[in-house]
Design a protein around this ligand. Structure first.
Ligand SMILES: Cc1ncc(COP(=O)(O)O)c(C=O)c1O
Length: 452
């Protein structure tokens, strides 16, 4: 599982592992913490929201007498856990402390958030059965994928990053968090900037049902560190404050446009955009002058818009408002996963939606199994209405947002086609407009002969 996401959504890692271990006590967890090597160095993130920290916190918890009592009560109330039973799904599950095996792995792209050279990354292993069960397989897999000509500079930089984080990480990460909170406060309360730009808060990015604490914003009057700590301990999802999503659609800019302006004129680099936002990130290397520079830049951009609008004709104003509306309201909904084609499901009648993506993937290896249909063609609409179903031959990933909206073997729904048609991003991995959508050929539905 990916923790943290690009946009800063943090799982409650402790809770996820706890409830999964209740169902399968020797489950192996693989956490992709690519963006999150710094998390270990702050007590806010560590114990509940990082793989390695949560693993330690759970081990301590299960070793205590209090937990044994809690578990005994739970066991009495629920009996044997049966996950096909609704009660089990709505109950907070607890694992048997005598059965649990801790088998946790996580990957860190150290280079993304600590001081390593690019490509410097680490796999952290905290698996109590590693030596006995996994060492050989792990080493073989590692040797298969690594190079026999390692880059010593990268490896040395990993060592520097580790040592720096160990000696100074706490101070640096605290500063990284404080700068982000300060930036949020300044931008969202600034009389000029806040007319056009705004950083999104937990309330905007996490639905209320996953934010049981009710924490809405980090900077609301009266919110204390304790409120944040309590929310992070319990909430199903939390927002990493150092991931700063800035809404720019309200200033009439789409993400790519603003990214270009910031890079070309102000030498500020953005690495993720969406239709109406850009994402900033505070890091351990940031200083107050860096955040002051960003604020100054946003003030300049806001004043430019103010001046432009003050001189604008009625039709120019209407054009600005229409642009803002199109960027903020007419945004295509990201379609939910549809379903796999029956051909790629072991049990097409099953209520759950799993399928054999691998079979779909390899079916598309042979050109004769595939066809292309243009996205805006009448044929697509005809097939959606009358079949045969449109079945994706590959991954299609618009960037942004960077999630697959089709996977091999998946049936393409009307919602997916509408989303693709409304998209105005240039980069769509797995899709070439001049050829059309790549599909796995499906037989035409058999027409039954008319009875005479
Ligand atoms: C979630 C996630 N996992 C893994 C990676 C790959 O990381 P690396 O740069 O160390 O190869 C990325 C890169 O952006 C990522 O976003």
């Amino acid at each position: 599982m990916t923790n943290v996401t690009f946009d800063g959504h943090l799982y409650n890692v402790k809770r996820v592992m706890e409830e999964c271990l209740a169902i399968k006590p020797d489950l192996i967890f693989l956490w992709d913490e690519a963006w999150y090597a710094f998390g270990r160095f702050s007590p806010f993130y560590r114990r509940t929201r990082t793989a390695m920290g949560a693993r330690e916190a759970l081990a301590e918890r299960y070793a205590s007498d209090e937990y044994r009592e809690e578990y005994a009560k739970f066991k009495k109330s629920i009996g044997k856990i049966d996950i096909s039973n609704k009660k089990a799904l709505s109950t907070r599950l607890l694992p048997d402390p005598d059965q649990v095996r801790f088998r946790v792995y996580c990957t860190h792209s150290t280079h993304k958030s600590l001081s390593a050279l690019r490509q410097g990354s680490m796999i952290h292993v905290n698996d109590q059965d590693f030596n006995e069960d996994n060492y050989e397989a792990f080493e073989e897999a590692f040797m298969t994928h690594t190079s026999t000509s390692p880059n010593q500079q990268i490896i040395a930089s990993l060592d520097v990053a580790r040592r720096q984080a160990e000696l100074e990480g706490y101070e640096f990460v605290t500063k990284q968090i404080l700068l982000a909170l300060e930036l949020r406060r300044q931008v969202n309360n600034h009389p000029v900037i806040s007319k056009y730009f705004r950083f999104l808060d937990p309330v905007d990015l996490i639905p209320a049902k996953y934010r049981q604490s009710g924490l809405e914003k980090y900077n609301s009057p009266g919110v204390t560190w304790k409120d944040v700590v309590d929310a992070w301990e319990e909430d199903e999802f939390a927002l990493d404050p150092t991931r700063l999503t800035l809404v720019c659609g309200t200033a009439g800019y789409d993400g790519t446009e603003l990214k270009g302006i910031l890079a070309d004129k102000y030498e500020i680099q953005i690495n993720k955009t969406s239709r109406n936002t850009v994402l900033f990130q505070s890091n351990i290397n940031n200083s107050h002058s860096a955040t002051a520079y960003l604020i100054e830049t946003l003030v300049k951009l806001s004043r430019q818009i103010d001046n432009r609008l003050a001189r604008a004709s009625a039709s120019e104003r209407a054009a600005f408002n229409a642009r803002v509306k199109s960027l903020t309201e007419d945004v295509p909904d990201l379609p939910d996963f549809s379903h796999f084609h029956d051909k790629y499901r072991d049990n097409p009648k099953s209520k759950t939606r799993e399928g054999n993506m691998r079979e779909g993937f390899f079916a598309a290896y042979e050109a004769k199994n595939c066809e292309h249909i243009k996205l805006f063609s009448k044929e697509i609409d005809d097939r959606l209405r009358k079949g045969p179903e449109l079945v994706s031959a590959n991954f299609v990933i618009p960037y942004p947002p960077g999630f697959p909206i089709m996977v091999p073997g998946q049936v393409i729904s009307r919602g997916i086609i509408n989303f693709m048609r409304a998209l105005d991003v240039k980069e769509i991995h797995g899709y070439h407009a001049e050829m059309g959508i790549k599909l796995i050929k499906m037989p035409k539905p058999r027409t039954t002969a008319k009875k005479r």
